[in-house]
Ligand binder design. Structure first.
Ligand SMILES: [Ca+2]
Ligand SMILES: [Ca+2]
Length: 261
């Protein structure tokens, strides 16, 4: 319309209306083509954006689908927890059994060291380190002070001023207990009471042939129940009351650990 008005203003009546119409058509057509071509970049951008939106939506859906496929349901989670609980229930007793076996092995090793220390003392001094008979030594602190060459003036230590071990020979060197409070002493010597404790918290028992007739009489266990005859033809024995911290009678039925087997 603008073009038509313009042409009319400059040469009114000189040009037939058909030509004017064609010119207008041409110019308007060119103008339309121009307008169609000019925003082609924007059109592409819009289409790309639209396509991108669609792609984004489809990707989001696929992601959600994958997540829903990968996620655990509550039932599956409960089943997994139940299986883990059953496995722990099965393995825990086995773990405790292994732990107890390790403690028995440690107790056996400690008992062997005690017996060897007493025999070594006998070899060095020609007598046993403590005045005793064949009876059970329940409180081993005096014996341990002597064998450890510890002259501490405490707990009725017979080795004060190295009285019972004048050559100050260390025959045994056990570790100290980690927790030196009543009921918590394990696997070592207490500086509080001087006793040597087993892995379950009971002082090791010891018997020495204090009457020097080459036997321990009687055997602390019923004869021929797994701990030998009675009397025992041995100079020194030591034993642990085991996990139940109680002296057994029938050795095979007890959980005790002994040095002479
Ligand atoms: Ca004897
Ligand atoms: Ca026992």
């Amino acid at each position: 319309m603008i073009v038509q008005t313009h042409l009319t203003q400059h040469n009114p009546g000189a040009m037939p209306s058909r030509i004017v119409g064609r010119l207008c058509q041409t110019l308007i057509g060119s103008s339309s083509a121009f307008h169609r071509m000019e925003p082609r970049g924007r059109e592409r951008h819009r289409r790309a954006a639209h396509l991108g939106e669609r792609t984004g939506v489809s990707e989001s859906n696929a992601l959600q689908q994958r997540r829903s496929q990968r996620a655990f349901t509550l039932i599956e989670l409960l089943v997994v927890i139940a299986i883990i609980a059953i496995l722990i229930g099965l393995l825990f007793p086995a773990f405790k059994a292994v732990q107890n076996q390790a403690r028995q092995t440690q107790a056996k090793n400690d008992l062997t060291q005690i017996v060897n220390a007493v025999n070594a003392f006998y070899t060095d001094y020609g007598k046993y380190p403590i005045a005793t008979d064949d009876g059970t030594i329940s409180n081993n602190s005096g014996l341990m002070y002597t064998l450890r060459a510890d002259s501490t003036n405490a707990n009725g230590n017979p080795n004060v001023n190295n009285a019972t071990n004048p050559r100050v020979i260390v025959f045994i060197n056990p570790p100290y207990v980690k927790n030196d409070t009543a009921g918590n002493r394990r696997s070592g010597v207490s500086t509080t009471d001087g006793q040597y404790y087993d892995p379950w918290g009971t002082p090791y028992r010891i018997a020495i042939d204090g009457d020097y007739n080459n036997d321990i009489n009687p055997n602390p266990y019923t004869a021929n129940t797994g701990a030998g005859p009675s009397p025992l033809m041995i100079g020194v024995i030591a034993w642990s009351l085991g996990k139940d911290q109680t002296q057994g009678t029938n050795f095979s039925a007890s959980d005790d650990v002994i040095s002479w087997q």
